[in-house]
Design a protein around this ligand. Structure first.
Ligand code: ADP
Ligand code: MG
Length: 680
């Protein structure tokens, strides 16, 4: 069995319409050791043959066998050969030592230091081993290349015009080294120099136009000997990863910024998703009106000869009210006095008449039922009195008022009984006792007064003109108690105050249930506002999800492009590493690893940057909506798992980077090594 045998080997290159045969029907065999030359004129096919023998290129027909095994069969995994090129093809910016050692590292060999030193000594370069290869002379570079080729102790050494770029002295040195190597292994050399062939070589083949025209190769059969399997090193990939990271510093920095922005957007969106619901729940309570609801019955009049019907809100009976709200504790049903004291009134502040403002009833202005934490200025009234009120922040900023200011309210309402008329004159001053900060979404300036105080004032209001049988001096309360519930004096509906904040969810459930009811209505202003906010924020979240998708998409494109451009720029380096025995997975790890590492740093940066960003965003949103902590990135716990978010973000970033950047690298195995490493 020959060490290397070639049968019917052809290599065709497409050339316009026709195919050009650079090699046709070559049969050859080489023994186990010796230095053999391939000679011939330029263009005769020497390099093409060598590229096929060393698996840098694939044949069009025929086969090449190493110890009987087809070297192009997918199961052939041996590291059987090493190459020396005319133009050295060293890894730049690395020392001679590292260049040589890399060949061992890629193959996962041991004893790297010893073997490397030995190889460098063989080529007479041990004194220059720490020198960067970029500063070496041509002869020295070629000796490094030879050391790199022989350090892994391959069974075959291929050298394509290794002396082509060297002066005579250096060329002689290289030939001597190769002839020494020929005593140990098979060395196949391409050369122009016939004199070297005679002086150093054990045999030769002459090519002409892609055919063998002369051969002189003594045939000795090979003994079964060692066959080295390509191993699997790990650490050496780091070297190239790090080189790429450093080499692409500016580009990587830009990617890093893009990545930080992208990941921050992701984290903030997640924070908004998890934070706004909780914030809204809390803010529903940050409104003095959240405990005030309205309950009414719909009174329907069919209009004759018309498809229309008219609706009127009337007060249901107390029994109906109790039935409707069954199961909710702590409710009181009160008369809505808006006939006498409408929700919207003009008033005077600092002697100046103002536009109508909303006056809203609060059952108990001393806020014994909670809500005291809303106060941001002044104090709460100590008792329920019409003499004091609370206003919201919007009121203060809109009317330039301040704590202690007097709000003058005057209103006249008339009632009639049996032709007698009575004017109910409500004329009083309310002092701004305190300012509350509340859920400010869709909120307007508002004055909160005590419902209890208004009720007792109205109930005891003396009537002078209207007589009621059996009473000497009747009061408004006596008059009202005689009226039917649907009387327009009593307005149309019940004011329902919920005194137990823990029952509010049930109240809101009830409101939800009666939303589309034809017969009864149950409303709450805070609920209405919160629902519209919910609708708004769910729309906003869909938009946000889309934007995060776009951010992730563009980040993916940037990273993929980055990986690909590095890869293209480093094509030669990639080819060298392949020739030294690196695998597709190694390349993916090196080039996608760069993107992955940038992603990791971006995620780390985003985790840090998102903390202050969340603060800024929350302050901004609080200004707009009066809600704090609308964004709450769940750093410490996600789905009940501690620090899951941090772990997911970092791991996810690494995987994302690897996946995205390896897409373009999948195409990398289409590059032809022979093409890239072709000696110009
Ligand atoms: P040399 O003997 O000078 O090393 P080569 O083996 O490089 O010659 O080339 C042999 C012939 O094949 C030349 O005519 C060259 O132009 C042609 N050839 C080599 N590589 C290619 C290629 N990739 N595409 C087309 N023609 C090629
Ligand atoms: Mg050539």
């Amino acid at each position: 069995m020959y060490l290397l045998s070639v049968r019917h080997l052809s290599k065709a290159f497409p050339q316009g319409e026709r195919t050009f045969y650079a090699l046709s029907n070559i049969d050859l065999a080489f023994p186990e050791r010796g230095l053999f030359a391939i000679v011939g004129k330029s263009g005769s096919g020497k390099s093409t043959l060598l590229n096929l023998l060393s698996r840098l290129d694939k044949p069009s027909a025929g086969y090449i066998r190493f110890k009987g095994e087809d070297i192009f069969s997918p199961s052939f995994k041996k590291h059987y050969a090493a190459n020396v090129f005319q133009h050295y093809q060293l890894l730049d910016k690395m020392s001679s030592f590292d260049n040589v050692a890399m060949a061992l590292k890629i193959l996962g060999r041991h004893g790297i230091r010893k073997k490397t030193n030995e190889a460098l000594r063989k080529v007479g370069l041990d004194r220059l081993k720490e020198k960067n290869v970029d500063v070496l002379s041509g002869g020295e570079k070629q000796r490094v290349a030879i050391a790199r080729a022989i350090v892994s102790d391959p069974e075959i050494l291929f050298a394509d015009e290794p002396t082509g770029a060297l002066d005579e002295n250096n060329a002689e040195t290289v030939m001597k080294i190769l002839s020494q190597e020929g005593k140990r292994r098979l060395v196949i050399l391409v050369t122009h120099n016939e004199e070297y062939v005679h002086r150093y070589c054990d045999g030769y083949v002459r090519l002409k136009g892609g055919k063998i025209v002369e051969r002189k190769i003594p045939i000795k059969k090979a003994k079964e000997s060692k066959s080295t399997k390509a191993g699997h090193g790990l650490g050496w990939r780091k070297t190239f990863l790090w080189r790429n990271l450093k080499g692409n510093f500016a580009k990587n920095l830009i990617c890093l910024f893009a990545g930080i922005l992208g990941f921050s957007a992701l984290l903030l969106s997640l924070g908004f998703y998890s934070g706004q619901g909780k914030a809204l729940e809390k803010q529903k309570r940050r409104s003095l009106l959240y405990q005030t609801s309205y309950l009414y019955e719909q009174d329907r009049f069919e209009v004759e000869n018309s498809p229309l019907s008219l609706l009127r809100q009337i007060r249901p009976s107390m029994q109906t009210a109790l039935d409707l709200t069954e199961g909710i504790k702590g409710l009181t049903f009160e008369t809505d006095y808006s006939f006498f004291f409408p929700g919207s009134l003009s008033f005077k502040l600092d002697e100046v008449s103002q536009d109508p403002v909303r006056f809203a009833p609060v059952y108990d202005l001393t806020l014994k039922e909670g809500g005291g934490d809303l106060l941001i200025q002044g104090k709460l009234p100590r008792a329920n009195t019409m003499g004091e009120c609370l206003v919201n922040e919007e009121f203060i900023s809109f009317y330039q008022g301040e704590v202690g200011d007097l709000i003058e309210v005057s209103n006249i309402a008339s009632i009639e009984k049996d032709g007698a008329k009575e004017d109910i004159i409500l004329d009083f001053e309310m002092k701004i006792s305190g300012v509350v900060k509340e859920f400010s979404f869709l909120n307007s300036p508002r004055v909160y007064y005590s419902y209890q105080a208004l009720e007792s004032q109205l109930q005891s209001y003396p009537l002078d003109n209207i007589g009621i049988a059996g009473l000497i001096r009747p009061r408004l309360g006596d008059f009202l108690s005689l009226l039917s519930p649907s009387s327009s004096y009593l307005n149309y509906r019940y004011l329902v105050f919920a005194h137990d904040p823990s029952e509010m969810e049930k109240v809101y459930d009830l409101i939800r249930r009666y939303e589309d009811d034809r017969n009864y209505g149950f409303e709450n202003e805070t609920y209405t506002v919160a629902s519209s906010f919910e609708a708004l924020s769910s729309t906003f979240m869909s938009a946000l999800a889309m934007m995060v998708g776009l951010a992730a998409g563009s980040l993916a494109i940037i990273l993929a492009m980055m990986a690909f451009s590095t890869y293209v720029k480093k094509k030669k380096e990639v080819a060298i590493l392949y020739v030294l025995g690196a695998k597709q997975e190694d390349m993916t790890l090196i080039y996608a690893g760069e993107a992955s590492f940038i992603c990791f740093l971006s995620a780390l940066g985003a985790l840090l940057v998102s903390i202050p960003l969340q603060g800024f965003a929350n302050r901004f949103l609080e200004g707009r909506f009066g809600m704090d902590k609308m964004i709450e990135i769940p750093y410490t716990e996600l789905f009940g798992v501690p620090y899951l978010l941090i772990a997911l973000t970092l791991v996810g970033a690494v995987v994302f980077g690897l996946l995205v950047a390896s897409i373009p690298l999948v195409f990398s195995h289409h590059i032809s090594l022979a093409e890239v490493l072709r000696d110009e």
